[in-house]
Design a protein around this ligand. Structure first.
Ligand code: COA
Length: 237
């Protein structure tokens, strides 16, 4: 697995402003969407879902999972529609063989989404990008999964950290954001990928740059992108 990335270990402290579409040519845009807050509006746009998506929605049993799925399908159309200046119902997605969504015919428009708990997040960029958000779950038995999913150097970082659970979820989102940016998605050999290897400052020329920040006090979010030291803007939908 390629390791040409660099990570900024100082966490970002975003200032969130109300969502509006602004030119993003040399910028990275991050949009956060609170699922509960937007559920009413999202429910009114159920008609945007394709027939297979409506069928999938009806098969989901837990209400919380239904809300996440509905929010994800509707909001990715609404946000992408705003950026591309297309009516929401004309936005349709294609998928790479690893299931990363993209919009055909828009080579300069890249996006990725992630959801966890009550938050959905999107990253928008002119270049390939990925995002991952995870709720920090204090009771999560991370020691049970750590050997299979993390490299020994990553495990060392987690156990040396005064807040091990928080460190675990940060490395998780860093790793996922990289796998999602590159479009690899799920891999079998997660523990071979060592995110501690290139913990160099962002000034170098590595193609993938990764940064993390906290949302709402208890969610880690990491973004991975190809632009060199871009301005990053944060929007609340
Ligand atoms: C599917 C996967 C891409 C992300 O899964 P996830 O973290 O559970 O889900 P997220 O909410 O962050 O992202 C889901 C979204 O990613 C997008 N996505 C799907 N496949 C993708 C891929 N190959 N590359 C980038 N994005 C992808 C989709 O838009 C999806 O949203 P949707 O299902 O609502 O349409 C995949 O990497 C996975 O299953 N990861 C889990 C692996 C793991 O165990 N990691 C442990 C620590 S590293």
């Amino acid at each position: 697995m390629t390791s040409n990335f660099s990570i900024e270990w100082n966490e970002l402290t975003p200032t969130w402003k109300n969502f509006q579409v602004e030119p993003f040519s040399n910028e990275i845009h991050v949009v956060r969407i609170n699922i509960s807050k937007n559920l009413h509006q999202v429910s009114n746009h159920k008609n945007l879902l394709t027939y297979p998506e409506k069928q999938k929605l009806s098969r989901i049993i837990r209400q919380e999972d239904k809300n996440i799925f509905l929010c994800s399908q509707v909001m990715k159309r609404i946000v992408c529609g705003h950026y591309l200046n297309f009516p929401h119902d004309e936005i349709s997605f294609d998928f790479t063989e690893n299931k990363k969504p993209f919009i055909s015919g828009q080579p300069d428009f890249h996006f990725n989404i992630s959801h966890s708990g009550d938050w959905m997040t999107m990253i928008i960029s002119k270049y390939p990008c990925g995002i991952d958000v995870e709720k920090i779950q204090p009771d999560f038995d991370f020691e049970g999964v750590i050997q299979l999913t993390f490299h020994p150097e990553e495990i060392g970082y987690i156990f040396q950290n005064p807040d091990q659970t928080k460190a675990f979820f940060r490395i998780w989102t860093i790793k996922e954001s990289f796998l999602k940016a590159t479009g690899v998605g799920l891999i079998d050999n997660l523990s071979d990928l060592n995110m501690m290897k290139n913990s160099t400052p962002l000034a170098n020329l590595n193609p993938w740059q990764i940064q993390s920040f906290i949302i709402d006090g208890n969610y880690w979010c990491s973004i991975c992108y190809q632009a060199q030291n871009p301005k990053i803007k944060f929007y609340d939908y």
